[in-house]
Design a protein around this ligand. Structure first.
Ligand code: FES
Length: 177
């Protein structure tokens, strides 16, 4: 079963150096600075999918805050990423209901299929794998999200089918490009 969720920002794949000019403009905008550091970090992450190293110096210049303090905030909150992410973020739920319904089998199958561990990105840049707590649809356990799509009542086999379809689509797109 697949549930399409609306809203929220889809993380961007980051395969190139960030456009620093756009970053400078975004963080130096007075309106953005007024909200404080966390909204500023969220703005950068929404744009780039993670917090590029260069962002810390630019935010420091714009706000007057020491880089160490900005880095401290960015590493304190789990929502912020310091590394680029894949085109598709796979979130496998390991909350209680999903754990009981064998979420481990999904994760193990995905680790093997993609040759990555939790928090890592596949070599082709297509997938980043994350283990997360409850995704809010426990009656449909076990659950994983791929981007904004929620897939429920999964087995290892059905989870792999979803991932392989995305891989196939990506390679077709590449062939047609
Ligand atoms: S425990 Fe997985 S959705 Fe709630």
């Amino acid at each position: 079963m697949r549930i399409q969720r609306n809203g929220g920002t889809q993380p961007h794949p980051q395969t190139e150096k960030p456009d620093l000019q756009a970053l400078r403009l975004a963080v130096s905008d007075k309106k953005n600075r007024e909200g404080g550091l966390i909204p500023l970090l969220q703005l950068v992450q929404n744009e780039y999918g993670y917090l590029p190293e260069e962002a810390f110096g630019i935010i420091s210049e714009a706000t007057g805050l020491p880089i160490a303090d900005i880095y401290g905030v960015a590493t304190f909150y789990a929502q912020f990423r310091l590394q680029p992410v894949g085109k598709n973020i796979i979130r496998v739920c390991h909350g209680t209901a999903c754990h009981v319904q064998n979420a481990n089998a999904l994760s193990e199958a995905l680790h093997e299929e993609l040759a990555i561990e939790d928090g890592q990105t596949s070599a082709d840049g297509l997938f980043t794998l994350e283990h997360v707590a409850c995704l809010g649809c426990c009656s449909l356990a076990p659950v994983m999200m791929v981007g904004e799509n929620t897939h429920s009542k999964l087995s290892a086999k059905s989870a792999l089918k979803i991932i392989r379809e995305i891989k196939n689509q990506a390679s077709q797109d590449q062939t047609n490009a």
